[in-house]
Design a protein around this ligand. Structure first.
Ligand code: IMP
Ligand code: MG
Length: 176
């Protein structure tokens, strides 16, 4: 059984940081239309909060990806389970993600999407675990850098659970 060990980032801090990120993005893209790509399912909550704070014209797209080989393959190859519904050529794209861990998912995804010739492409993530990187990757907009702990809540799951928690929490992993 797994339980919540502690709160790492309380809801109020997350909310404040989302507003700051949105203000920064709104300033950087002033007068432009932005295509936000939500990486399902983890980024869903952050995506909805961020999008509503943006003072910009935005389009919504959704993608779903999964790692090949259950984490045993370190090539960074990722499988696209659901792709965007419209071409992104010529658009200002921001990939919205829950967390950057090894960096494999986003470095693959960014490369794939760059090949489709968007006008620009950046990454916005609410969480980042820089100490876990297997490939060199940096997000342009990062909410919080966190230590190497497994977190749940605010969209992040453990085995499909805990996504609806309002705080970012640390999970206690036990045997029973
Ligand atoms: P990576 O950067 O390719 O290693 O993968 C990032 C993905 O791994 C995220 O989109 C999450 O789905 C998942 N992930 C990484 N760290 C955590 C965590 O602490 N809690 C929940 N999911 C995580
Ligand atoms: Mg994810």
């Amino acid at each position: 059984m797994q339980r919540i060990k502690s709160i790492m980032i309380p809801e109020a801090d997350v909310k404040r940081r989302v507003k700051e990120l949105a203000a920064e993005i709104s300033k950087d893209y002033k007068g432009k239309t932005v295509t936000l790509i939500c990486i399902l399912s983890g980024a869903s909550i952050f995506f909805a909060d961020l999008a509503r704070e943006l003072d910009l014209d935005v389009r919504f797209e959704f993608m779903s990806v999964s790692s090949y080989g259950g984490g045993t393959v370190s090539s960074g190859e990722v499988k696209i389970l659901k792709d965007v519904n419209h071409p992104i050529v010529g658009q200002n794209v921001i990939i919205v993600e829950d967390i950057i861990d090894s960096g494999c998912t986003l470095s693959f995804l960014k490369r794939v999407l760059e090949q489709r010739n968007p006008a620009s492409i950046k990454v916005c993530t609410i969480l980042d675990k820089p100490s876990r990187r297997k490939v060199d990757f940096k997000g342009e907009y990062v909410g919080f850098e966190i230590p190497d702990e497994f977190v749940v809540g605010y969209g992040l799951d453990y085995d499909g659970q805990y996504r609806n928690l309002k705080d970012v929490c640390v999970l206690e992993l036990t045997e029973d």
